[in-house]
Design a protein around this ligand. Structure first.
Ligand code: ATR
Length: 275
């Protein structure tokens, strides 16, 4: 069996072992995937040890994505730009390589699974932490017309906007800045949902044509999804599809073959809706 794992702290909530065991079954690959709660004091040495003992690939989750990027020898464009990595492996020379598949996961779910068109769209991103930073390069690559960033701590949104502003306008906004026209997409990348909260959104930002997407998922509707549905959004989606798609991308990087995701997303939804 080839060994893989997800490193995080805490980690007990992780669905990654479940998802990857479905991918392994489906593709007939000899993959064993476990979840490891890593002591924050020894993250780097735990990674090196895992690979020194023959481990083939790692997923990295909260709070280690920035440290995974920092310790890698070779970074994908997304990792270099975002400074956050969620997938590690060794190349044929034994160099530690870092990728970030979150952006790919979000785009695949939005575009392929739900038929969204991001080209020329106005996008509002809620949050300015690792989750938002990780998906920004992939969103920009779709040539939206504009990306606005709104964060509870406005300075973080401003810094992030300054870093990414370029050919495509990226700017920070605050909850008081009334919008004269609605956004095509509002994507929630905050962790507010963990406490059942919904981040404040400016008046006029959501219309009946707006797609709302929560990068989080949970049992039943997330708080943000419920808010979006009640506010009359055109779509109100959770991040279960993104989770499976980012995992599929990591699996493809490690194993060279892309698993089918549709059935796994359907199974995950069934699990999440079970009493
Ligand atoms: P992650 O890696 O999951 O993005 P993070 O880097 O800690 O985690 O970022 C969490 C994000 O959620 C931040 O943008 C945070 O806002 P602050 O920068 O002001 O801390 C946001 N967030 C967390 N709880 C929130 C809440 N109750 N309301 C609004 N935003 C919240």
């Amino acid at each position: 069996m080839d060994r893989y794992a997800v490193f995080g702290h805490p980690i007990s909530h992780s669905r990654s072992p479940w998802i990857h065991s479905h991918f392994a079954q489906q593709t007939g690959q000899p993959v064993r995937y476990t979840a490891v709660d890593v002591n924050p004091e020894s993250f780097e040495s735990a990674v090196l040890e895992f690979f020194a003992h023959g481990g083939r690939g790692l997923n990295i989750t909260v709070p280690f994505k920035e440290r995974a990027s920092a310790m890698a020898e070779i970074r994908s464009t997304e990792v270099a730009i975002s400074g956050a990595a969620n997938t590690l492996y060794l190349n044929s020379r034994g160099a530690l390589c870092a990728e970030n598949t979150d952006g790919h996961g979000l785009l695949t779910d939005l575009q392929e699974n739900h038929g969204a068109v991001l080209g020329n769209a106005r996008i509002l991103l809620l949050g300015a932490g690792g989750a938002v930073r990780g998906v920004l390069p992939a969103l920009l690559a779709q040539s939206p017309c504009q990306i606005c960033i709104l964060n509870r701590s406005p300075d973080k949104a401003r810094l992030l906007a300054e870093q990414f502003n370029g050919e495509i306008e990226v700017k920070a906004i605050n909850p008081e800045s009334r919008q004269s026209s609605g956004f095509d997409f509002i994507i929630n990348g905050t962790s507010a949902g963990l406490g059942g909260e919904v981040p404040r959104v400016p008046e006029g930002a959501l219309t009946k044509d707006t797609w709302c997407y929560d990068m989080m998922y949970g049992r039943g509707e997330t708080a943000f999804q419920k808010w979006a549905r009640l506010a009359g959004a055109r779509k109100s989606l959770d991040g279960a599809g993104m989770l499976v798609e980012q995992a599929a991308r990591a699996f493809a990087i490690w194993r060279g073959s892309k698993p089918q995701t549709e059935a796994v997303i359907a199974l995950l939804r069934k699990e999440l809706s079970a009493p």
